[in-house]
Each structure stands twice: as structure tokens, then as C-alpha cells.
Design a protein around this ligand. Sequence first.
Ligand SMILES: Nc1ncnc2c1ncn2[C@@H]1O[C@H](COP(=O)(O)OP(=O)(O)O)[C@@H](O)[C@H]1O
Ligand SMILES: O=C(O)C1=C[C@@H](OP(=O)(O)O)[C@@H](O)[C@H](O)C1
Ligand SMILES: [Mg+2]
Length: 184
Amino acid sequence: MTTINGTDIDIQGRPHWPQIVLTGFMGAGKSTLGALLARHLGVPFYDSDSLIEAATGRRIADLFAHEGEARFRDLEHQAIASVASQPCTVLALGGGSLMHPGTRLLLCSTYMIYLEITAETARARIANPSDRPLARSAQLDELLALREPIYRSTASLILEAHDELPTVTLARVLAELPASFDQS
Ligand SMILES: Nc1ncnc2c1ncn2[C@@H]1O[C@H](COP(=O)(O)OP(=O)(O)O)[C@@H](O)[C@H]1O
Ligand SMILES: O=C(O)C1=C[C@@H](OP(=O)(O)O)[C@@H](O)[C@H](O)C1
Ligand SMILES: [Mg+2]
């Protein structure tokens, strides 16, 4: 038995799964689904925003406001580097993480799931943008258009994630996971 990030996992008793990484735009459900998926699979869960907040002791909005986006991206890269490619774990990225070429490189051997939503769904889900400084921008459509090719080209699996309930999306993710993730 091995303990990773507070979760006991029997690595010897199961296949050597690659890290599962959730990508996509703000509001796609990466953090919500990542936690549900990790719990379902019985493996540790990491969220890049939570890792940054734990490492700095500061909120994401505060870092954007006082340090700027470039510094935030450096911290994000470091946070992801600290857990990148750990087998038998689930990692939810921030919506802008993959715009950093070094971060893309760190994650190139993972199983990456792109949760695809429209800017309209993002707007509807981000009712309170105070925690997401970039969601305040009127240019959400342009930002999504800029990032979409990166999400698409790095993905191992692309799933539309417009369901009303995260549990419905979870069931669809589980149905699409390759047989190599089978726990039996
Ligand atoms: N089908 C769904 N899947 C995931 N999250 C959903 C879904 N429907 C609504 N949500 C909600 O959308 C919001 C954003 O989810 P979150 O997991 O924080 O997204 P992300 O981490 O991709 O920005 C949350 O309030 C979540 O409860
Ligand atoms: O898209 C982005 O650039 C960001 C997405 C956020 O994470 P979520 O995608 O989990 O909302 C968070 O990292 C930060 O506000 C910046
Ligand atoms: Mg998130």
C-alpha cells in the first residue's frame, strides 16, 4: 500500500495507470469532475489552482491582481511540475495551464481528457467571476477560440460537457475510458 496525497492506493494490485488530466475552458467542470472521478477510481486528486493556493497561501484572484498573469503562469507551471505525470492520480488543470509550452511538455505522457463547452455554457456556469479574474473579461469567446486548438491537439479523449449534472458527465467519462483503466 502506498499513500499519495493522503490517499492509500494499492499500486501493486492494479495496472500502472498513467495520470488522468482534465483540461478545458473555465467552467467546463474540470475541478468538479476531477474530484468525482478520483473518488470513483479510488486514487489521489490534485487541482492546479488548489496547489498554487496551498504553495503561496494566497487566493488566485489576489495573485492575478497583485502579481499579474505572467507570475501566475510561472507559479502554475511550478505547481503542475510538482505532481506532473504521477501514475494512478487525477489532475484538474486551470483553463489556461496548457498555454504554457513547458507545461504541455510535462504532461505529454498523461491521459488527457478535454471537457468541451461553449463560451455560452462557461458564462452560465461562472455565475460569480470574482474567483476567476479572466472570466470578468468581455472577450470570453475570443479567449476560448485562442485556446481551443491547444485543448484539442493535446487531448487523448474529447467529451462534450454540457450536461446539467456533473454525475451525468462522470458516467460518460467512465464509459469512454479505455479498457486499460479497468480496475478488475
Ligand atoms: N455537468 C457539469 N459538470 C461539471 N460541472 C458542472 C456541471 N454542471 C454545472 N457545473 C458547475 O459548473 C461550475 C464550474 O465547475 P468547475 O468544476 O469549477 O469548473 P472548472 O474547474 O473547469 O473551471 C461549478 O459550479 C459546477 O458545479
Ligand atoms: O482560464 C484561465 O486562465 C484560468 C482558469 C482558472 O481555473 P478554472 O479553469 O478551473 O476555472 C484559474 O486557473 C485562473 O482563474 C485562470
Ligand atoms: Mg477548476
